[in-house]
Design a protein. Structure first.
Length: 156
């Protein structure tokens, strides 16, 4: 059910986003407590504002009402992914070279299942991350298919 809702929502929202010059970052359909939430995360270079999110929400809401893919009551939320946006697609990695990222893995590489550092390269589906161990810089190469979850990381 959840994957069907996400797929249908993606088909409905992509033309709206293309028309506005926005990128689809992620779609979530989750139950929190007794309530269902359909969350759409959108972005563009320089970020999105609340007006753009509101316009997407209005247009998508109309389309969802026409197609009616969700039988239970739900809340529709359209927002920016924030500064620690998820990195899901290969293009996300290609577009964030030299940015700080956090990566969680399906299995250990060099004895670790999580790395945080600078994405130095994404070539042939391999992420190269430079990270620090105490005061020494090290690099790790991570195959894309071993990435369970990745996001931009804010460094203070």
């Amino acid at each position: 059910m959840s994957s069907k809702v996400i797929q249908t929502t993606e088909e409905l929202v992509l033309p709206i986003l293309r028309n506005k010059g926005l990128e689809l970052v992620d779609i979530e359909y989750v139950k929190e407590g007794k309530n269902w939430f359909l969350r759409i995360y959108v972005d563009k270079p320089g970020g999105v504002d609340i007006t753009e999110c509101g316009e997407v929400s209005e247009q998508l809401s109309e389309k969802l009402d026409e197609v009616d893919p969700i039988k239970d009551p739900y809340f529709l939320e359209v927002s920016s992914p924030g500064v620690e946006r998820p990195l899901k697609k290969k293009e996300d990695f290609e577009n964030n070279i030299n940015q700080n990222i956090n990566v969680k893995l399906y299995e250990q590489i060099d004895g670790e299942k999580e790395y945080e550092g600078t994405l130095k390269a994404f070539t042939n589906d391999i992420l190269t991350i430079e990270y620090k161990v105490k005061t020494r810089k090290k690099q790790v190469e991570i195959p894309y298919e071993k990435v369970a979850k990745a996001r931009l990381a804010v460094v203070f």
